[in-house]
Write a protein that binds this ligand. Structure first.
Ligand SMILES: [Zn+2]
Length: 168
């Protein structure tokens, strides 16, 4: 097709096409993060789609900041997202939070909602230990008073570049 770069499918080796579009970034571990204007390598033969996610480290940091700044309590997927952002095992995270594995497992699987105090502790731990988040501690903690007792998941719909710009 006119104006499209030609590349090879990583799955089957057939000639694939590059196009741009919206991509639901489920690899983030969060269900409602839609990245706009993402380059995607699509294979017409096996229908494999490989997104090209730009600036992955900066993007994950920007998403982590949005999770920490959200005005509702953390959902299970968001707790797991922050733990993985820190590169921590469940056991290590439990030791910091002083909860047992069953409690963390119930939170992460949405079997039990996280309480408001544990929610804030998880946010503070993530800011303190997260790469490049420490300098935001004061600003983020001051917004804790705005957290409501609701569990709506974070929704993002923007380009990766816009999310990264807004995080700076
Ligand atoms: Zn293919």
């Amino acid at each position: 097709m006119k104006g499209m770069k030609r590349v090879v499918c990583s799955n089957c080796g057939a000639e694939a096409h590059v196009s741009r579009g919206r991509y639901r970034f489920q690899e983030s571990g969060l269900p409602n993060v839609v990245l706009r204007d993402i380059e995607m390598i699509r294979c017409p033969k096996c229908h494999n789609t490989d997104p090209v996610i730009p600036h992955l480290n900066e993007l994950m940091r920007a998403i982590a900041l949005r999770v920490i700044a959200k005005k509702c309590l953390l959902t299970g997927q968001e707790i797991r997202f922050l733990r993985k952002y820190l590169g921590m095992t469940g056991e290590a995270f439990c030791n910091l939070l002083h909860v047992d594995r069953a409690t963390l497992s119930k939170w992460e699987n949405d079997e039990d909602p996280v309480g408001p105090q544990s929610d804030r502790l998880i946010r503070v731990i993530t800011i303190a230990l997260g790469e490049g988040l420490q300098e935001r501690l004061g600003e983020l903690v001051r917004h804790f008073k705005d957290i409501q007792e609701c569990y709506h998941p974070l929704r993002l719909n923007a380009s990766a570049e816009a999310l990264i710009d807004q995080a700076d």
